[in-house]
Design a binder for this molecule. Structure first.
Ligand code: UDP
Length: 250
């Protein structure tokens, strides 16, 4: 095990995941936000791990994050197969909701970048209604070629949190390049704006509890089936890593 911002990590195909619980991790983030410590969080699932495995530039990019969290059961299973289990999965969406709630209680501010224009519009209404004491520093949809205007706006408004929901690898590249614009928590959260606005339905809690949320999404959006094909490849790589570990005795 190595450490990530002074916390224990578990390596999965060379990607270091923080090994902690969601509650403990939230406390770490709350403190860092209060201290205005610039923080980059990557929420990584097997798809991201495989993408990083095949794209060394992206792997190096996400390794500059302060924390990489185990977003999904695939990472939890991978860690178990490697005999270096992680405490639990910490999904980007659950973190996002907790941070909005905490940000409301603490009167913090947040900037939102990502999703289609009508989704980001709806997100503003939802945040205003549900989290009235959280200041919306600004918003922008996720379909832009030039990020200058967005970054200048983030610099000007200096938010406590910046949520980037443009999907990987775009969101992590955006954060790596621009995180100096505000001493904030910067987090890439994929399709979370679609979920919170109800544009895409999250699996019912029963499906979530038995860790079949990924299957529910495929049933609802069959076009995503191709994305699932990465899973057997991922598991095979994990088994290879496990085998080479036992050969080298590490
Ligand atoms: N998106 C975006 N800009 C782009 C491409 C995608 O803002 O150039 C948004 C898209 O509208 C969706 C999210 O990024 O809201 C990606 O969702 P997905 O479920 O694919 O994310 P992941 O599976 O990576 O979490």
């Amino acid at each position: 095990m190595t450490t990530q911002a002074n916390h224990q990590t578990v390596s999965i195909l060379g990607i270091p995941f923080i090994n902690t619980s969601q509650t403990a991790f939230e406390q770490i983030l709350y403190k860092r936000i209060n201290d205005q410590q610039n923080t980059f969080v990557v929420t990584a699932n097997p798809e991201i791990v495989m993408y990083a495995h095949e794209h060394p530039d992206y792997a190096n990019l996400i390794k500059t994050a302060d924390f990489i969290v185990a977003d999904g059961i695939g990472i939890v299973i991978g860690a178990k197969l490697l005999e270096t289990p992680v405490e639990e999965r910490i999904t980007g969406y659950d973190l996002f909701e907790s941070l909005l709630k905490w940000g409301d209680q603490q009167h913090k501010s947040a900037y939102f970048v990502g999703a289609k224009p009508q989704v980001i519009q709806k997100l503003q209404e939802i945040v205003r209604n549900r989290y009235p004491h959280l200041t919306i520093a600004g918003t922008h949809d996720g379909y832009f070629d030039d990020d200058n205007q967005i970054v200048n706006d983030i610099r000007r408004t200096s938010p406590d949190m910046v949520f980037v929901a443009t999907g990987y690898p775009k969101q992590e590249a955006f954060i790596k390049k621009n995180r100096d614009a505000s001493n904030a928590l910067w987090m890439g959260i994929g399709g979370s704006f679609d979920v919170i606005t109800g544009t895409v339905k999250r699996a019912p809690i029963t499906w979530q509890k038995i860790h079949l949320e990924w299957l529910y999404r495929v049933v609802k959006e069959p076009a995503r089936i191709g994305r699932l094909l990465v899973l057997p490849k991922y598991l095979l790589k994990i088994i290879k890593q496990r085998y080479s570990k036992s050969l080298t005795g590490k």
